[in-house]
Design a protein around this ligand. Structure first.
Ligand code: ACO
Length: 440
């Protein structure tokens, strides 16, 4: 597969006709390396005086990118051209991170250097500890993540100049390296245990598990099966092109905001139950369903338009086929449950039965609603002993590299502009001001 810059094909155009005036407008078509053609509307407003209207950006490409490609109809996800299942099976998270950031898989030497660079940035400034103590113990860890990650910009002044490629790189490494430390500490704080510092001899995934579960009073040995599962989970969540949180990072960064602030914005966006909060919602839903016998009742509710209930972990804005990440996640789920000796896990059995029933139901079939990546991840996390409130935090840990890669690509793009959508205004037209004493 080749890659090059988007090509505007002067010969291929789309003609729009304004039926009220008879005016016609010709719009050029742009081709990427793969995927649907794109209508170039950049000069549309200037040329015609019309805006396009697209709430939720379902038909709008906001940028040109070489990082991730998704074919939602076929259930394909590629990072820099490599299929997600190949990466999950044959690479580790550090290789995938390098690939996302730099465009190529690393050589052994490059990988060693990259791992060492990341490892040497895993500690956070000691004063950051104080931030945690300002939070209530029962604060949601995503609230802590938003606060502490945003606060990094107050500590690392030497990597805030986004026009300097070296500073951008250092900020990127710092974010990727420190996010597991910040996340694990959010958990430790919530359960009243001392913070565990990173250990340089451990891999990225091992280190995270170590900081989550070790305590100073006894030796903690990382289970290799769990570390490998965690590594896969990180890979599967690393990037997903222009989703809500990534678009948020790009939009925040388009004004020139520093990367720490931009990633904090991404974390805030990820928190919502329609996005990263879905894996937490899946588990809550499975617990609410409780038993296989009650599945039909909940399926019925999911189909009822007057009921706000939705089958969490089902459906995706882009995938109208099985999410390729969900397949890997399902396998990983079984590996983890086998390793931990969790046989006949009722929630897993419930999840599989729910999946089976929904995939045979005409409503879900017709609307192409398949299980997404969040459907199984919650069960794995729970088996590992990770509390529900930490699920979205784990997603944020994994997605940080994707956010950073997308942010860097945007900053390096000569066509980059501040993001500033327009609107369809339906409010009052100009009204005469009425002084306070004269208002009824
Ligand atoms: N349960 C029941 N019905 C659903 C579901 C669901 N999970 N998802 C979509 N539908 C229905 C909608 O009601 C709609 O029906 P209609 O055409 O009769 O109006 C139709 O399917 C299309 O759904 P939209 O909401 O228009 O699709 P959209 O692309 O806006 O939403 C979303 C995608 C938000 C992911 C949605 O499927 C959903 O809410 N799923 C549950 C939450 C979830 O699992 N989110 C995780 C997403 S993956 C991620 O962020 C990593």
């Amino acid at each position: 597969m080749t890659q090059n810059s988007a090509a505007v094909d002067k010969k291929e155009t789309v003609t729009l006709t304004d039926n009220s005036t008879g005016r016609t407008f010709e719009l050029p078509l742009i081709s990427g390396t793969v995927g649907p053609k794109v209508m170039d509307v950049r000069s549309f407003y200037g040329d015609t005086g019309y805006f396009t209207y697209d709430p939720g950006f379902t038909s709008t490409g906001s940028c040109e990118s070489k990082i991730t490609y998704i074919d939602g109809d076929e259930g394909v996800l590629l990072h820099r051209g490599y299929a997600i299942d190949d990466l999950a099976e044959h690479a580790d998270f550090m290789e995938v991170s390098y690939l996302l950031l730099k465009g190529e898989l690393p050589t052994s030497e490059q990988k060693k250097k990259f791992e060492s660079d990341i490892t040497r940035h895993t500690m956070v400034h000691e004063q950051i500890n104080n931030f945690y103590r300002g939070f209530r113990r029962d604060a949601h860890p995503m609230a802590i993540m938003c606060g502490v990650v945003g606060a990094l910009s107050a500590f690392y002044h030497d990597s805030l100049d986004i026009r300097d490629p070296h500073q951008r790189m250092i900020a990127s490494y710092r974010l990727i390296a420190k996010i597991p430390t910040i996340a694990a500490w959010a958990y430790k704080y919530s359960i009243g245990q001392p913070f565990v510092y990173p250990k340089n001899e451990l891999s990225y995934a091992e280190n995270f598990l170590h900081m989550m579960f070790a305590v100073p009073c006894e030796e903690y040995k990382v289970n290799p099966v769990l570390a490998s599962a965690m590594d896969k989970i990180l890979i599967l969540h690393a990037d997903h092109e222009q989703n809500a949180s990534t678009s948020t990072v790009r939009l925040a960064g388009s004004s020139g905001a520093n990367p720490f602030a931009c990633i904090a914005a991404g974390i805030a966006s990820l928190w919502g139950p329609a996005h990263g909060g879905a894996n937490e919602a899946v588990l809550n839903m499975l617990e609410q369903i409780g038993s296989k016998e009650r599945i039909p009742e909940f399926i019925k509710r999911a189909k009822d338009k007057s009921d706000p209930f939705r089958l969490m972990g089902f459906g995706h804005r882009v995938y109208k086929n099985y999410d390729p990440r969900a397949k890997v996640m399902q396998r990983t789920c079984h590996e983890v449950l086998d390793e931990l000796g969790v046989r006949d896990e009722p929630l897993l059995e419930l999840a599989m039965e729910l999946e089976r029933i929904a995939l045979e139901d005409p409503y879900f079939v017709e609307k192409k609603l398949y299980p997404n990546v969040d459907f199984y991840s919650g069960i794995i996390f729970r088996a590992m002993g990770i509390p529900t409130s930490m699920f979205t935090v784990l997603f944020a840990v994994a997605r940080t590299v994707g956010w950073i890669a997308q942010w860097s690509e945007m900053i390096e793009d000569p066509a980059q502009k501040i993001g500033r959508p327009r609107q369809l205004y339906t409010g009052y037209t100009h009204r005469k001001f009425v002084p306070l004493h004269a208002r009824g």
